[in-house]
Design a protein around this ligand. Sequence first.
Ligand SMILES: Nc1ncnc2c1ncn2[C@@H]1O[C@H](COP(=O)(O)OP(=O)(O)OP(=O)(O)O)[C@@H](O)[C@H]1O
Ligand SMILES: [Mg+2]
Length: 579
Amino acid sequence: MFIFSLKSRYLKALWRLLRQNRLEFILILLFIGLSSGVIMLVPYWAKVLINEIMLKKDFALLFKHLLWGLVLFFAILFFEFERELRKFRLSNAVEAAVRVRLFRKIIQVPLNILPEQRTGDLISRISNDVRIFGDGIQLGLFTLISNLLIALGLMIMMVWYSLPLSIITIVLISPMAWAIQYFVSRIRLKARITQEKMGLVNNMVEESLRGIKEIKCYGREDDVGERFSELSNRALEAHNQQDKLRAVNPAIVSCQTFITIGILILICSWMLKRGLLPVENLTAFVTCLLLIFTPITRISGSFGFMGKTFAVMDRFDEIYNLPAEPLKSKKFPKLPEIRGHIRFKNVCFHYHENGFHLADMNFQIEQGETLAIVGPSGAGKTTLINLALRFLDPISGTILMDGLDIHHYRIDSLREQIGFVPQEPVLFDATLGENLYFVKENATENEIRAAARAAHVDHFAQKLPMGYDTPIGQYGNRLSVGQRQRIAIARAFLLNPRLLILDEPASALDPESEHLINDSLQSLWQGRTTIIVAHRMSTIKNADRILVLDNGRIIQNDTHQNLLKEKGLFQRLYTYASS
Ligand SMILES: Nc1ncnc2c1ncn2[C@@H]1O[C@H](COP(=O)(O)OP(=O)(O)OP(=O)(O)O)[C@@H](O)[C@H]1O
Ligand SMILES: [Mg+2]
């Protein structure tokens, strides 16, 4: 009866997950059935003990009967152990599957949408929420199913022993179902608020650890601690409100139990007096009645977990419903091998958040040419590059690769042909070597070494305690920024692509390394089409053409020599850089 208060939308979603482990689920149901079934035998066993042995004083049967009791006891132990073990395994498996699904989805979300999601909150969903979900299956769903079965079995036995008393019992306990239904939906709402607040807490942890230098440098430890404590208190408050509702649940069940038992005692006495109820059936009925309140209490407790589970499922849905990049969509053909001619034709783009416009981008790069993009900070250089990599899609206009509109081809087939060095390269928490293999898993050791030499990685790698096997820390933070940039450049060498896109690849290098890197960059872009965003004139002057961007517009597009002669932004930038 309580099952009606569960929403079918959530049950369907739960079933979709559970059916992947159908066999285990069926085995759990089997062991739930067996353990519950054996428990059903207890009232019968008690009835025989009292009626056949105690009342009739037939103590010869006592030993045999106690032995049967022992068998029942061990059977219950075994079935319960199997049930619990399998429950844990299944909920852990489902938890892991949800975690992986969420993670896969998050990394597929397009780059113009992902930053809107707070990192800490996303981590909270993948860790905290998934944990709550697992608990919901273990302590909510399975507790509900097993206790429902026990309650149902006991109910059938009660009907068997006394139909009128059973009907009265059902009538007496039915208001509880409505109360619980109300509490589940309230708990779901409160749990949602709690999880949102926990997301904010995690977000602040993430943000503070990233900005730990700023916090320490400006001596903001106390303020930040205070702000965190405030956020944490809000989460605590929400949690307490949610648990207040959960705490009310057992109270309702206890009230109902007292009322029901009280009324039934009166009715039973009246029926006994009138001879409407045989004494032996009364014993069994009362045993069932006393037994049934335990599963009912557990069912009501499981609803608290179900409310929380439904709340986190809503939060998972928010992630699942985000759009994904059509990375490998079969709808689109693969982009043929790039030769390297690029054309931006009337490309326009704008960020909704701040209204920044990249207006009417018209330019082309010949095969094998190097195009440097220069311009003041915030001019739109990185945005332009993001369009070429399809991290962002234009609002209008087309980007053509060898005459083919890249938007009509699979994104992965475009990206796998581009060597990209981002403005702020992020390395992974692995060894230096593994960070190079990341771009080309099947690279030979010679290829790795050659790329490392070309990008001057070899130079510092040899000084590391374990050479290429040295772990470089989270985001590569055990290396200097310049060293990280060199690894990013080595990755581009390793990939050996036809098209190179470099976003300020040498911004953090000292003059000597810059000189060395410029040499390697030049050898890197030999024979390949290259787009390079650069501030350093030493890098820019080697480019075939220079595109000058200002405030989202192309204002100059010419060779280095011609631009130097022209009065304009480039000349000014050049003068500043040289002075
Ligand atoms: N994800 C984003 N969401 C909203 N606005 C953005 C986003 N990224 C950049 N912008 C805005 O777009 C403009 C151009 O940014 P972009 O990163 O392209 O500049 P840039 O020329 O690469 O600058 P820099 O030389 O400092 O790297 C900026 O005004 C910035 O505020
Ligand atoms: Mg930039």
